[in-house]
Design a protein around this ligand. Structure first.
Ligand SMILES: [Zn+2]
Length: 286
């Protein structure tokens, strides 16, 4: 009997932008430099471990403990002087429980957004923080600039196997991903499109299959790039005779794998891609 695959929960970390008071010495400190975060022997450092004049941004709370973020400019980062280690979100997500990985992703998103949204895109005035929100407003033209992120979809497509054999899962290799990795069809949601429509469109574009109904599985905030991405996972069942045709641009390969003979080169255990694969592989046959 194997354990049930992890499913998206997000419990434990509650994002927020309210400042209930000044940061306390024991509060969590999320220190960002570029796309990396400072970690110590016990996870993230505490506010007391950073200089007293640090400018903190409220991020929310982890199990009731307030979390604050700050960004160091490149010239301020002395990796030898810092009592900790600078880690990427990918490395943290591979090690930490989901709520801590989500908090780390929010810190990267909020601080990257603050650095890259300083000026009004319409009139070039300097934007002002809106108290209690992760947003800014232009004092001259009133443009409202909230923190935004992108939505993307992933689709686990199965088809019935030959009589007496397990169902099969469609896995693909992306042209811009690790060449050996077998992954799921995925892509960004377009403006004006529903998640379900994006799932069907991406599958049509990338592997040439026309899908029927898609079923929502769950979601995961993903922080490998930019201001962040919200991944939404779907499952669907294709016709037994369905055969993929790769587009040759985004994908290099697409292949059906019996669910009892999946390849070893699957997405990492902390990703919703893998949760989807494990979910369909654990389904009762038939
Ligand atoms: Zn303006």
């Amino acid at each position: 009997m194997t354990a049930a695959p992890p499913t998206p929960d997000g419990g434990g970390f509650v994002p927020g932008a309210q400042r209930s008071g000044p940061p306390q010495p024991g509060d969590l400190a999320l220190v960002v430099a570029g796309r990396r975060l400072l970690t110590g022997p016990e996870g993230f450092p505490r506010v007391a471990e950073l200089p007293a004049d640090t400018a903190w941004v409220p991020l929310g709370a982890l199990a009731g403990l307030p979390a604050w973020g700050t960004e160091l400019a490149g010239e301020d980062v002395d990796e030898d002087a810092c009592p900790g280690r600078w880690r990427s979100w990918r490395a943290l997500a591979a090690e930490l429980p989901t709520p801590l990985a989500d908090l780390a992703g929010r810190a990267l998103a909020v601080l990257t957004w603050r650095r890259t949204h300083r000026w009004c895109g319409a009139c070039r005035a300097e934007l002002a923080d809106v108290p209690g929100e992760q947003s800014r407003r232009c004092p001259d033209c009133d443009l409202y600039v909230p923190l935004r992120f992108s939505a993307a979809v992933l689709v686990a497509i199965t088809r019935p196997g030959p009589a007496g054999s397990p169902d099969e899962l469609l896995l693909v290799r992306h042209a811009d991903g690790p060449p050996e990795l077998w992954a799921l069809v995925a892509g960004y949601v377009e403006a004006g499109e529903s998640l379900e429509a994006a799932a069907r469109r991406e599958v049509g574009e990338e592997v040439g299959l026309a899908l029927g109904a898609v079923s929502y599985f769950g979601s995961q905030p993903w922080a490998l790039s930019g201001p962040g991405v919200l991944l939404a996972g779907f499952t669907t069942v294709a016709d037994p005779a369905a055969e993929p045709v790769v587009d040759g641009k985004e994908l290099t390969q697409a292949r059906w794998f019996p669910l009892d003979a999946l390849p070893a080169e699957l997405p990492p255990a902390y990703s919703i891609s893998r949760w989807l694969v494990d979910h369909v592989a654990a389904r009762p046959a038939g």
